[in-house]
Design a binder for this molecule. Structure first.
Ligand code: NOJ
Ligand code: CA
Length: 702
């Protein structure tokens, strides 16, 4: 009798374990499935859509210090599955209401005494998962040596990528190669020579966009990157990618005092390139602001700047000189212009002490002061004048990547800005050398960190939290990538984090980069690209004190395309980047920049082909008017636009800003036409887009 009982018990345990070594969970609409398995002790997952493979069997694991390899020898303790369906309203954004509908799988694993939990969320637009290692006596050190998350694709899948562990952070043109070709050597071969930049491994930054051989489009990224190191993806052959974290200078990947909750590893999955642009997965995997925290003071808006005249037209300097851009008289003139045309802010760069001609990139400490003004910049007078004219300064803090210098002054600088009514600060972290962020470690030694390791992730976090204390919004240039933290911190209002318009000023992005961005960098969140350049050639002086124009310099765009970017590239703080004197030449086209909203109720992707063209319609959250933007690469196009998204039985007036048949990004970029037509929801309008061009449409209810 005793024997029989024991046998039954064993069968139950065995069958339980056997069954539990394989779990499957589907998205709410059942199209996406995630299979979790333990094979010979190794946890792994597989993802499918419509039963076709998206991610082949991929291993999971994390290795901790003191030889604790949490990547094998695992068993399932227990698991649970739950369904969630709710919605939430962002304070501002691309959509008024976001649905948060997913199926949840929480698995508790154990390896002898050690516990590790895996948390999966399966949405209709993709999956997210993360590791959770609770506090426990069997772990003495929570520092991470390696994360072994795999994303096993197919060798025939192709990726749009920029290199990680490279000197210029995220500011690169995109390479488009097979997964296996992701390497610095190939980047040097196909895009830009970075062969002299030998520090660090071969890997791609995220979000990484992939066109799968079986037709699907996916983006691999992360959500809620806090107190951790940024994830990059290294090609391991045969279509396999593996997570690689930026290490600290001592080699540790992540330093933690206790329990580990990693960022979400995300895979957005779409049937086509347009669907990929509609996913809210990253925001859904972030948290709301802390209870009781009020961010109602965060207001989206538009700004101009004393900026392009340094970086683009090269007629002014950041540093003191007879051409110093940030001088009081000029600032007041800009305020007049910005105020007359209904802007909210004016960025002024080079207002503070510490700038000098060779300011950038030494890594050895640039004495930027964030509280002392240059002699010709009267911050009180400017702020008073701005207040009367309803234009608030957008502050500028270029740190040169000198973090300790900045952190030492941070609170005082924010206090100064607060007193002067400043609402937004653009920060900057230019330091064009790999692993060149100086830090003094606990032993008092000087060490150098990567731009995207845990040290910097925590720095950006410090800045955003301190800024919230002083009711300031932050627009970071040379940032850490956006992983959706703007949901919890709505004052993280925008950021650069890619090759932006600035390169068209002092170098060039080429004509095709602008149509890569919506399918790559912009998948992570808003971008301060700084659109709206109208003087597209003959704009740049050979030096600030010369009268000689650099005839070679062009912005590879058209005026109509520059307008389109305000709709295509989402940013809640959006810049009109050109100079007043250039806008004065085209006040009719400038009207679109004045009218275009920055806060939306809805977005629709009307057409797209990855990295070639995209047309987006957005509904204004204030008026209910619609705005359409369309951009193309170097090829001209003809589109029939179906306006069936407009309300039935209503008439609208559409103002169409477009290229003409003679416009061309290279030879004739500044020719455009403006037409007004009546439309309704049965209208199909034919639009011509010139090579390298675009169009912008404002549709108002009559
Ligand atoms: C790089 C930024 O992207 C640019 O906008 C800024 O003007 C310069 N750094 C100087 O801070
Ligand atoms: Ca930059």
């Amino acid at each position: 009798m005793k024997y029989i009982k024991l046998l039954i018990l064993l069968i139950i345990i065995y069958s339980c374990e056997n069954k539990n070594n394989y779990l499957i969970i589907k998205s709410p609409n059942k199209n996406i499935s995630l299979e979790f398995k333990i094979d010979d002790g190794i946890p792994n997952y597989t993802v499918k859509k419509y039963n076709k493979t998206i991610i082949k069997k991929s291993n999971l694991g994390i290795n901790l210090k003191k030889n604790l390899e949490l990547s094998n020898n695992f068993k399932i303790n227990k698991y649970n599955k739950k369904s969630f369906n709710s919605s939430w309203k962002p304070l501002y954004g691309e959509e008024k209401k976001i649905t948060n509908n997913y199926n949840n799988l929480f698995i508790e694993l154990y390896q002898n005494e050690v516990k590790l939990n895996l948390h999966f969320k399966i949405y209709d637009d993709g999956i997210g998962f993360r590791y959770e290692i609770p506090n426990q006596n069997s772990i003495k050190n929570y520092d991470i040596i390696d994360e072994i998350t795999e994303f096993n694709l197919s060798e025939n899948d192709s990726a749009w990528w920029i290199p990680a562990f490279a000197y210029r952070r995220y500011e690169f043109l995109y390479a488009n190669t097979s997964i296996d070709e992701i390497s610095k050597k190939n980047f040097s071969k196909y895009v830009e020579d970075i062969s002299y930049d030998t520090q660090g491994i071969d890997a791609a930054q995220t979000p990484l966009t992939i066109k799968k051989n079986n037709g699907f489009f996916i983006s691999i990224h992360e959500a809620d990157l806090t107190n951790y190191s940024s994830m990059t993806l290294a090609a391991k052959g045969n279509g396999k990618l593996e997570a690689e974290l930026y290490p600290w200078s001592d080699g540790t990947k992540v330093k933690l005092k206790n329990r580990i909750i990693t960022p979400w590893r995300t895979i957005q999955i779409a049937d086509n390139s347009s669907e990929l642009l509609t996913s809210n997965l990253i925001l859904n995997l972030n948290e709301d602001p802390k209870k009781g925290e009020d961010f109602s003071w965060v207001k989206p808006g538009k700004y101009m700047g004393i900026w392009w005249e340094m970086i683009g037209t090269n007629e002014s300097t950041w540093w003191p000189s007879k051409n110093h851009g940030a001088n009081t008289n000029k600032v007041l003139e800009y305020i007049d212009f910005a105020s007359k045309h209904g802007f909210n802010g004016l960025l002024v760069e080079g207002w503070n002490k510490g700038w000098y001609p060779a300011w950038c990139c030494s890594g050895n400490g640039i004495p930027f002061s964030f509280t002392e003004t240059q002699e010709d910049f009267d911050i009180n007078k400017i702020s008073e004048y701005g207040k009367k004219k309803n234009i608030f300064l957008v502050g500028h803090h270029e740190t040169g990547g000198q973090i300790e210098n900045y952190e030492n002054q941070l609170e005082k600088a924010f206090q100064l800005y607060n007193i002067n009514g400043i609402k937004n600060i653009k920060t900057g972290y230019v330091n064009d050398i790999s692993k060149n962020i100086k830090r003094i470690n606990l032993d008092g030694d000087t060490v150098y960190e990567w731009h995207h390791g845990q040290y910097m992730v925590n720095h950006y976090q410090k800045v955003i939290e301190m800024a919230a204390k002083y009711k300031l919004n932050i627009i970071t240039h040379e940032p850490i990538k956006d992983t959706g933290l703007r949901r919890k911190y709505p004052n993280y209002i925008s950021r650069e984090g890619a090759k932006g318009q600035e390169f068209n000023g002092f170098w060039t992005n080429g004509v095709n980069h602008a149509s890569d961005l919506p399918f790559t960098r912009l998948l992570s969140g808003p971008m301060d690209y700084t659109p709206g350049i109208f003087q597209l050639n003959n704009f740049r002086y050979t030096s600030p004190s010369s009268n000689e124009i650099d005839r070679e310099a062009i912005v590879p765009s058209t005026i109509a395309k520059e307008l389109a970017l305000y709709v295509v590239y989402y940013s809640p703080m959006q810049m009109a980047a050109d100079l007043p004197k250039h806008y004065k030449k085209h006040l009719d086209a400038f009207q679109f920049i004045k009218n275009v909203p920055v806060n939306w109720d809805k977005k629709l992707i009307l057409n797209s082909k990855i990295s070639e063209y995209v047309t987006i319609a957005r509904k204004d959250s204030n008026s209910g008017n619609w705005y359409i933007g369309s951009i193309t690469d170097e090829k001209e196009r003809n589109f029939d636009l179906n306006l069936n998204f407009l309300d039935k039985n209503k008439s609208y007036e559409a103002t169409v800003y477009s290229d003409t048949n003679n416009t061309h990004w290279k030879n004739n970029p500044m020719e455009y036409q403006i037409k007004t037509i009546e439309v309704d929801n049965k209208s199909i309008i034919n639009m011509y887009v010139a090579p390298g061009g675009g169009f912008a449409i404002e549709i108002k209810e009559l």
